[in-house]
Every structure is written in structure tokens, then in C-alpha cells.
Write a protein of this length. Structure first.
Length: 265
């Protein structure tokens, strides 16, 4: 068994899988990875970070943290800079991606501030060295932070250009032994077309990794889905704007769309 899979098995072995005596607040998962897009931090703004919406996210994360769930967060940078969009306008793709990685660190620091104001000890760990503002990402240190009850925000993607923050989320989830990835979006799951432009779009309650890949459903990029499929890491796609949705997923409620290796519902 690989070291990452062993960590995942150890984490899963300590989880309270079902609620007991009707206690709906007993967490189903002991360790989770929350993926936030940069756009999630926009709130009502057109650019940058909305402190009020950061506080809204932090309050939800704090609530899950109080249940004893260990939480890693990967955040994107699209609210500040998109490397792919810059490359389409003539910028070198690798340069654009590195600028995007720096944007994720800015978002991570903003989110750290909101979480610590909510009473949650938080560490920002960066895949690119910048010791004055963030710790370097070291897998064993990240796991140790989680075991000590700290939330970790994993910034700068994978540290390599050409890889999205979705792929970084899948990679970090496998590395730290997270039992599930929570993919926060603006809609309540995965649809067969864009529900914001097509009112007749159909929402899926459950999908397999293969369906996401073959139907080219643009919820995560193919590299991220393939990595989750290889390591049997389930994904829940849910609406971040609804209060307590993160908690509902953590305690095992059916929220949004579940993507795993099982049969579709």
C-alpha cells in the first residue's frame, strides 16, 4: 500500500461513519479537503476579495472544525488573475500560471485572517517558497498541523505551471489522506448543461468518475478527476452560498452531487 493510501486508510479507520442515537451532528468524515474557487471570495464584488463573504465561509468552516473534523483548504486565484485567460491574450502560459499561483497565496492569507477571527488556528502552506508570509508545503508537516487541530490552507497550486487548482486539490487530498473532496460552487451540484443559462438543465444526484470524463462535464478538469479515480477519493459538488452546507456534507447528509467509483443513482 502506498504511503498516501495508508494515511487515508488510517484516517478512515478513526472516523465516526454514522450518527449515533439520533445525533445528527456526529461527523461522518474525520478529514476533508475543501476546494474553493477564487471567484467564491468575490462575494458581491467584481474583483478581489469580499471580507464579508470570507467571514461567511470562515463561519461555516469553524462550525465543521468544532465537530472535530480535520480540514484542508485549497483556494484558487481567479478573482485576481487567470493564467489561462492571460495566455489566450498572448502572455507566456507558464508566466501566467505563476502569477495565478501568487494570486492564490493572496486569497489564502485573506481566508486565514477570516478564520482566525472566527477562532480557528490556521496555517497557510505554499507550494512556492515565500517564508515571510507562508510555510513551505511539506506533507508530513501538513498532516501534523491537522492532527493538532489546525486548519491548513494549501496555496500556490501544485507549484508547477499547466496544472489547475482543481488538480492541486486532488493531489493534496490524496497526499494528506483526506476522505472526501468538497468542491464548492455557485450551483447546487453537477448539471448536464449550465443551469445559469439553461433553465431546463438536469441536475445529477450521483455520477461515476468515468461519466464525468466521458460526458466532459466541466465540474473539474480531467487530470483532477483521473487522480481521484485512481485513488478512490470521492467528490461532492455543492452550493457554497447556502449556510451550513459544508456541515451537512461533513455529517453525511445528501447534498449536491456525489462523484465516486460506484454505480450512478
Amino acid at each position: 500500500m502506498s504511503e498516501a493510501k495508508a494515511a487515508k486508510a488510517t484516517s478512515a479507520g478513526a472516523v465516526a461513519v454514522e450518527s449515533v442515537d439520533g445525533d445528527a451532528t456526529r461527523p461522518r468524515y474525520r478529514r476533508i479537503l475543501l476546494k474553493l474557487s477564487g471567484e467564491a471570495l468575490l462575494g458581491s464584488r467584481q474583483y478581489g476579495v469580499d471580507p464579508d463573504f470570507c467571514a461567511f465561509i470562515a463561519a461555516q468552516v469553524a462550525e465543521v472544525h468544532r465537530l472535530g473534523v480535520q480540514i484542508g483548504i485549497v483556494v484558487g486565484g481567479g478573482n485576481i488573475f487567470r493564467g489561462l485567460a492571460a495566455a489566450a491574450k498572448g502572455m507566456d502560459r507558464a508566466t501566467g500560471d505563476y502569477i495565478g499561483m501568487l494570486a492564490t497565496v493572496m486569497n489564502a492569507l485573506a481566508l486565514q485572517d477570516a478564520l482566525e477571527k472566527a477562532g480557528v488556528q490556521t496555517r497557510v502552506m505554499s507550494a512556492i517558497g515565500m517564508n515571510e508570509v507562508a510555510e513551505p508545503y511539506i506533507r508530513r508537516r501538513a498532516v501534523r498541523h491537522l492532527e493538532k487541530g489546525r486548519v491548513i490552507i494549501l496555496a500556490a497550486g501544485t507549484g508547477n505551471p499547466y496544472f489547475t487548482t482543481d488538480t492541486a486539490a486532488a493531489l493534496r487530498a490524496v497526499e494528506i489522506g483526506a476522505e472526501i473532496i468538497l468542491k464548492a460552487t455557485k450551483v447546487d451540484g453537477v448539471y448536464d448543461s449550465d443551469p445559469l443559462t439553461n433553465p431546463d438543465a438536469t441536475r445529477y444526484e450521483r455520477l461515476t468518475y468515468s461519466q464525468v470524463l466521458t460526458q466532459r462535464l466541466r465540474v473539474l478538469d480531467a487530470t483532477a478527476v483521473s487522480l481521484c479515480m485512481e485513488n478512490d477519493t470521492p467528490i461532492v459538488v455543492f452550493d457554497l452560498n447556502k449556510p451550513q452546507n459544508i456541515t451537512r456534507v461533513a455529517v453525511g447528509e445528501t447534498v449536491g452531487t456525489l462523484i465516486n467509483g460506484g454505480s450512478p443513482a
